[in-house]
Design a protein around this ligand. Structure first.
Ligand code: SAH
Length: 375
């Protein structure tokens, strides 16, 4: 039945020249053909390198020890691996890099995060390089590589594809012109949820940018039918994004804790709470890793992730269910919304001893309780 929560959180050491490389489920950039091709291609150039999408650090690993390598990473899971591996990393967005400071930039195109995020990353790469500096770009031609490579040439200057394997590509470019300013990053939109108006603010790359996901709407509708007032109740939102579930549940009076692995989403959620005069405890966390041991909740909600760059991955979603089972208080209720083809039912049956299907439309909302009564 997949991974236990302890297995999910465990870091696995792999041998590498001069040390170990830690990997874990839910952390990007390992056993990924784009990173593999990058790893086979990168060569040192100058003194200072910057990896703008390192994941666990595999792609730029050959540079380690040959030049100073800095890494900006947004995922808590990946960041944990980087620091455990002793690889220098900072929790930051790509566009927070120091300007004109690097001889070499390495970027595995974050294609799964949408074109606004990729484009901002490309401008960030151009700004971080010194004049004459070089950039490696790695990507998949089925996920926009050609278009982004063209954009990178427009920003930087000369460039060519230096390696191809199947649909995967690595290009090497050189900075020949001044970089443009960063594009505007913050966006906002309004949404009506549970009959109330909310303003959401978000950075590029967040889940369901510009419009609340219909699955999240369905979860709220189902939850409203089961629980009324949330005053005095503790609520956990697993994988909170910019807060499509957190904000309305906080508005209903719940004491909400939101956990989210992605730093751009964490910043977006904090900005959204402020924009609506609401409060919640927001934690940058790989599943429940940032919660204190034994911390329990009356209501747990999730619209779990199941795609990473096109591949269905269920490790994280399963860990969400395991975390919910571990942290739901007796008498509490767990609400999960999912694509109908995803089979969460056996796992809910095994961990909670039963479940109910509350709503089925384009998505299904499942409910499980911890013995001790209704939520
Ligand atoms: N609750 C939000 C977002 C749902 S999408 C909404 O309804 O709109 C799932 C979210 O889970 C994404 O924001 C994603 O960044 C986050 N996520 C992915 N892996 C995670 C992990 N390991 N730990 C915590 N959050 C994670």
């Amino acid at each position: 039945m997949g991974l236990t929560l302890a297995e999910y959180h465990r870091l696995t050491p792999l041998p590498r020249p001069g040390g170990v490389l830690y990997v874990k489920p839910g952390a990007r950039g390992f056993r990924d053909p784009v990173y593999d091709l990058l790893q086979k291609t990168v060569e040192p150039y100058g003194q200072k390198a910057l990896d703008l999408n390192p994941g666990v650090g595999w792609g730029s690993l050959p540079l380690e020890g040959k030049m100073a390598v800095e890494r900006l990473e947004t995922s808590r899971a990946a960041f944990r691996c980087l620091t455990a591996s002793g690889l220098k990393a900072r929790l930051a967005l790509p566009w927070e890099a120091e300007e004109g400071a690097y001889d070499l930039v390495v970027l595995a195109l974050p294609a799964g995060r949408g074109s606004r995020y990729v484009e901002a990353s490309l401008v960030a790469a151009a700004r971080a390089l010194r004049m004459g500096g070089r950039a490696y770009l790695a990507g998949d031609k089925n996920k926009g590589f050609e278009r982004y490579f063209k954009e990178a040439r427009r920003l930087l200057g000369y460039g060519e594809v230096v390696r191809r394997e199947g649909p995967y590509r690595v290009a090497l470019l050189e900075k020949e012109r001044e970089a443009p300013p960063l594009p505007p990053l913050w966006q906002a939109f309004q949404a009506h949820l549970l009959g109330q108006a909310f303003t959401f603010r978000h950075l590029p790359g967040v889940f369901s940018a510009g419009k609340v996901d219909p699955a999240s709407l369905l979860l709220l509708e189902a939850l409203k039918g089961e629980v009324g007032d949330l005053r005095g109740r503790s609520v956990l939102d697993l994988g909170a994004g910019y807060g499509a579930l957190t904000l309305p549940l906080a508005r209903l009076g719940g004491a909400v804790t939101a956990v989210e692995d992605d730093w751009a989403s964490v910043l977006s959620l904090k900005a959204s709470l402020r924009a609506n005069g609401l409060r919640a405890s927001v934690l940058h966390s790989d599943v429940d890793e940032a919660l204190t041991e034994g911390e329990g909740f009356d209501i747990i909600v999730t619209n779990p992730p199941f795609h990473v760059g096109g591949a269905v991955i269920l490790d994280v979603a399963q860990a969400f269910v395991e975390a919910a089972a571990a942290r739901l208080r007796p008498g509490g209720g767990f609400f999960l919304v999912a694509n109908p083809f995803l089979k969460y039912e056996p796992l809910l049956e095994a961990r909670f001893g039963g479940f109910k299907t509350l709503l089925v439309r384009e998505y299904k909302v499942l409910f499980a309780a911890k013995e001790g009564g209704k939520p």
